[in-house]
Design a protein around this ligand. Sequence first.
Ligand code: ADP
Ligand code: MG
Ligand code: ZN
Length: 505
Amino acid sequence: MTGPTSLSTSDVLDYGEVLERFDPVLGLEVHVELSTHTKMFCGCPTEFGAEPNTQVCPTCLGLPGSLPVINRTAVESAIRIGLALGCEIAPWCRFARKNYFYPDMPKNFQTSQYDEPIAFNGKLDVELADGTVVTVEIERAHMEEDTGKSLHVGGATGRIHGADHSLLDYNRAGVPLVEIVTKPVVGTGARAPEVARAYVTVLRALLRALDVSDVRMDQGSLRCDANVSLMPRGTTVFGTRTETKNVNSLRSVERAVRYEMTRQAAVLVAGGEIVQETRHFQEATGTTSAGRRKETSEDYRYFPEPDLVPIEPAPEWVEKLRATLPEMPAERRKRVQADWGLSDLELRDLVNAGAIDLVAATVDAGAPPAEARAWWVNYLCQEANSRGAELPELPITPAQVARVAALVSEGALTNKLARGVVDGVLAGEGEPDEVVAARGLAVVSDDTALYAAIDEALAAQPDVADKIRGGKVQAAGAIVGAVMKATKGQADAKRVRELILERCG
Ligand code: ADP
Ligand code: MG
Ligand code: ZN
């Protein structure tokens, strides 16, 4: 058999060639951990980072005789997620047991939903960096519970291979999850990796707006599995897919899809076959490696959960939840564009900078939208880039930016001085007014002080002074320059020019 296992991971096809020969198909499964205070079927707390095995009880440990109870808030969150994704909400659905053995799952089965998800048939519009919108169809959003965590000790990699023992923490076992599964995404061609990343980005923003999860990919509260397959160009029968796990950043989603496309293409071009399997993404190398062969659903012996009653969300409850959905990111962008009078390009820059929330908060704090936008999208974005940080991580608040903008509009600061004030705030020197005082950055607006500097400059350059007096107003530039130098740039150049012309009659 010509198995792909005989190929090394360096056997990838050039991306351009992949696209000449194949069309990719994507499928994204996103697990989101809900931020309920208690677990899905018991009253144990869900806080992240607690001492191992301190947040467990007979129910989430699957001890004999314990009985689960459904967490109403988790169901509510699942319905809200479904509604926000434009799904239909099942009037009646059940949980099922998904039976398999793994040490991180103390009950020996996962309580999940199988063929009766609470939400199904939705869609999400995903905007790419250049403004193209791709509609991703959602197959279902269903409820389930998380597993515990294994820690493999003694090996070099933290993986089970090479470890000498494993530790188990069941704190996470039973934490509510919603799994959102797309229908196969076709027709994205070269942009498949970008679409995958943009989908997770947009979905994360939507979940954040719903306030149902803290959506931290680094802490595992948002996890993405990327399914990828290839079909020969021009054909329509899907190829065999692989499912890449461990993709725990937005950038990794993009890299994993791209890598899988080039790896699968190399296998197919060499006459090999793709095996349906899970794969693991390796952050360090940007490659994937084989995990386990994929089970089929028969292997799990699904059956309806006998210990739980079916869920029948009352239509009035669903409608109430629909009516109180928050403004979704896409609507918000439209509103912001209209309110702030932005062109499509300006809006895109704002979105790409991830600055909408910050600009909105700065406007709420009293700054004109154009000023607020200029600070965040230009000056502070550059600052964030040079620090390798995200905009919200910069040590400056929207209120502080608004204060700087106010000082500029009052004439107390020039734009150049204002940048100095922002630098001071970023450097931890305190509030804008404190930085102005400490750095001595206020505009010299006292005309007496300006007259003194002007007279001195005119006396030092008598020939220029004569030219101005003779009507050559352009010559005033040299005197403006001298005055700005003498005041260390803290004068308003326009005012200085006015005073010079007045002085020279
Ligand atoms: P599993 O139980 O194997 O995780 P799911 O149905 O939960 O299966 O998720 C499979 C995902 O892969 C879905 O997003 C589905 O649309 C997608 N998918 C199905 N077939 C293909 C294929 N041939 N190529 C790419 N993606 C696929
Ligand atoms: Mg799945
Ligand atoms: Zn418990």
